[in-house]
Design a protein around this ligand. Structure first.
Ligand SMILES: C[S@@+](CC[C@H](N)C(=O)[O-])C[C@H]1O[C@@H](n2cnc3c(N)ncnc32)[C@H](O)[C@@H]1O
Ligand code: SF4
Ligand code: SF4
Length: 278
């Protein structure tokens, strides 16, 4: 069996309980469109598993993603199945979540996951501090910490936007940009037709790698440091370039909601669910 190193996202939910402005998956380029295909069910996960394991491959890390993965009605069933596939389909099971849907069912499933990355948003004044304090002092955090290897809270005060009036200069070092791009290592996206190397090309649906053993090994192992054609046009590549010039402020903007009324009520309910767990 060959293990493909890196992170492979499975976008199990095409919907979300929050409405972050310019979310790459739910409000792509502020169009209001979702780039995630569908709400997956157990058969969809079995299909993806079979595509990988039939080639005698195993993925180092998979990450349940979305949209908001915990609002998928099949979440429990999906995690229960995946728990039986550790060491066969993948080595480590991760999730990225806004943690605002901590129902009893969701919590039971989260206990089976290896790493939980929580994105915290400034939905109300001081909410990042409040959220972190409430979460880290909760009984829920204590229980999750007993079985989950790693729990991280990421403060998402700012979101990234494409700098549409800028192109990468012709002499930009694309090879180095690609090498330093977090997405190409950890944000591959699994779909029914194949795997996209990163979120950016999944969103524009380019350069997919079909489920073919030779193609996957060539791109994820042999040529793993070779940039994609799309890198030169990519907003993430521009951001990496601007970071290198100390000009991150050109692409970062304060996080905003497209529907603050709903998001405030989702946040309120989310905090209640976290606090009421015992
Ligand atoms: C698409 S969300 C899916 C999981 C979950 N709903 C969450 O928010 O954690 C995954 C990550 O992408 C980040 N993200 C989405 N759009 C972004 C943008 N335009 N700029 C920066 N981060 C973004 C989110 O903040 C989150 O950390
Ligand atoms: S919580 Fe925000 S960033 Fe995560 S999927 Fe929903 S809208 Fe996108
Ligand atoms: S297309 Fe963009 S996000 Fe994808 S690997 Fe290239 S620089 Fe990174």
């Amino acid at each position: 069996m060959i293990i493909l190193q890196g992170g492979f996202q499975i976008p199990i939910s095409s919907k979300c309980n929050l409405h972050c402005k310019n979310c790459g998956f739910i409000d792509y380029n502020m169009t209001g469109l979702s780039t995630a295909e569908k709400n997956m069910d157990l058969n969809d996960i079995i299909y993806l598993d079979k595509k990988i394991t039939d080639m005698n491959l195993c993925l180092s890390e998979i990450e349940l993603f979305g949209g908001e993965p915990t609002i998928n009605p099949n979440f429990r069933e999906i995690v229960e199945y995946l728990e039986t596939r550790r060491g066969i389909f993948f080595s480590r099971l991760n999730i990225t979540t806004n943690a605002l849907n901590m129902t009893k069912d969701v919590i039971e499933s989260l206990r089976k996951i290896d790493k939980i990355d929580i994105s915290a948003y400034p939905i109300q004044d001081n909410s990042l501090e409040d959220f972190t304090q409430i979460f880290e002092s909760s009984q829920l955090y204590k229980i999750l910490s007993e079985s989950v290897n790693e729990i991280n809270i990421h403060w998402q005060k700012e979101f990234d936007y494409d700098v549409t009036d800028m192109n990468l200069p012709k002499d930009a070092d694309i090879k180095s940009i690609f090498y330093h791009c977090y997405q190409q290592k950890m944000c591959r996206v699994m779909t029914f037709d194949g795997i996209y190397r990163c979120n950016a090309i999944h969103h524009v649906k380019k350069e997919i790698y079909p489920y073919d053993k030779e193609i996957l090994i060539e791109n994820f192992v042999t040529l793993k440091n070779q940039p994609l054609d799309y890198c030169k046009d990519c907003a993430v590549a521009k951001a990496i370039y601007l970071d290198s010039l100390g000009k991150s402020s050109l692409y970062k903007r304060e996080w905003k909601s497209n529907n603050s009324l709903i998001d405030k009520s989702v946040y309120k309910r989310g905090l209640k669910l976290i606090q009421q767990y015992d």
